[in-house]
Design a protein around this ligand. Structure first.
Ligand SMILES: [Ca+2]
Ligand SMILES: [Ca+2]
Ligand SMILES: [Ca+2]
Ligand SMILES: [Ca+2]
Length: 395
């Protein structure tokens, strides 16, 4: 497919008008509808505080204690804290680690011993590291291991099976404009003996062609050839303000091909790969987290459609079937609007905004079934709110 330099199409007013018809839709509502919106977010998504009193940029959930409930790990202020579900008792884990705050995190069973391990990224000068979940995770310090300390400016991490070997790989960016991997993005294979290996196996697929302080990545099969492709967004006017993706080549050694989806996207930060309108072709959903708005790109021509152009600082984005009706919805927490909101898909790529909370900041969010009742709840790392919270889905 030839997909280069698509620019923004005008805002689709029809989408917004459809949105406003919902009893508790988002920021376009006025009068009685706005009151209904407030009433609904106060009752529909109960808030659960995991931690408060310190700023943090990333939180991740997995069942680190092997009791069936997802626990939460937050790395901030040079410490990694494990919060144990359901009471959120705090245990500081890890002995040796960077005395900085992680900007993003992921979970992989790195050593393939059946339990989830923690991966953290410190922004600049790094490193990306992992903490090995020991057999007794509450008593034994979690051993520290390096993923990579030569990239610089890792703002986002994401996992996916890039090389198709059935094992998860890690994708990380090197967004800073200096250093050996300036303005690049890499994917990493886990080495054979990860506990002993000095670092992971780096594959730079976007070599110096991701300028403008890239932020977060997405992974998925855009071309339909069974291989994972990777998307990214970059936030500053100097070289950035774009959404793009890189197609994985069919043969090893060939370069990945960059496709620009849109330019002049002020403050572009997030872009994920997901099928949004039921035609079987993978689309993109994106946000301008240092600007305004949530949008999507419709395959195969990737026309840009605004979903909600008003949310300020939607510096987080996750996708999943939030209402359980079989199609993929999306969620953000806008760090400058202080609004957590989800976007209900009608299955055809028309989205209705629903507010979850109107007094919550974020930096990073995840959709996780926190209470194991089979719906997706949202975990929020509340940077400017100085909290870590989850909001309970009561669909
Ligand atoms: Ca493990
Ligand atoms: Ca599609
Ligand atoms: Ca849905
Ligand atoms: Ca749930």
């Amino acid at each position: 497919m030839s997909i280069t330099n698509y620019t923004a199409t005008p805002l689709l007013l029809s989408v917004i008008l459809l949105s406003a018809g919902c009893a508790y839709s988002g920021s376009e509502t006025v009068g009685a509808e706005a009151e209904a919106a407030i009433a609904s977010w106060k009752t529909n998504w109960p808030k659960h505080v995991i931690a408060e009193g310190y700023s943090n940029q990333t939180a991740i959930a997995a069942d680190f204690t092997a009791d069936g409930l997802p626990d939460v790990i937050v790395n901030a202020e040079g410490k990694t804290r494990l919060y144990i579900a359901p009471d959120w008792k705090e245990v500081v884990i890890g002995s040796e680690q960077p005395k900085a705050t992680a900007i993003h995190s992921e979970v992989i069973d790195v050593d393939a011993d059946g339990d989830p391990d923690y991966i953290g990224a410190v922004y600049s000068p790094g490193p990306v590291f992992w903490l090995e979940r020991p057999d007794d995770p509450l008593q034994t310090p979690w051993p520290y291991h390096l993923v990579d300390d030569e990239i610089d400016g890792t703002h986002g991490l994401i996992t996916g099976d890039v090389n198709g070997d059935g094992r998860p790989d890690l994708i990380a960016n090197s967004a800073q404009p200096t250093g050996p991997y300036a303005e690049s993005i890499a994917w990493y294979e886990i080495p054979k003996n990860p506990r002993e290996a000095p670092h992971w196996i780096r594959h730079v697929f976007a070599k110096s062609d991701a300028p403008g302080l890239s932020h977060y990545m997405g992974v998925g099969d855009v071309t339909g050839d069974g291989r994972a492709d990777i998307s990214a967004a970059a936030k500053i006017p100097e070289g950035g303000n774009w959404f793009a993706w890189w197609a994985q080549p069919s043969a090893g050694g060939e370069p990945w091909k960059k496709h620009v989806l849109a330019t002049e996207q002020e403050g572009a930060t997030n872009i994920l790969i997901a099928e949004l309108n039921g035609d079987g072709k993978a689309d993109f959903i994106a946000s301008r987290g240092h600007g305004k708005g949530i949008l999507w790109f419709d395959a195969p021509n990737f026309e840009l459609h605004e979903i909600n152009p008003n949310l300020e600082g939607p510096h987080s984005l996750a996708v999943g079937d939030i209402d359980g009706d079989g199609d993929t919805d999306a969620i953000t927490c806008a760090k400058d609007s202080f609004i957590a909101a989800w976007f209900e898909n009608d299955g055809k790529g028309n989205f209705t905004t629903h507010h979850i909370n109107e007094d919550q900041a974020a930096y990073d969010i995840r959709l996780v079934d926190m209470d194991r009742d089979s719906d997706l709840d949202v975990l929020i790392a509340g940077q400017a709110s100085n909290n870590v919270v989850w909001y309970e889905n009561r669909r």
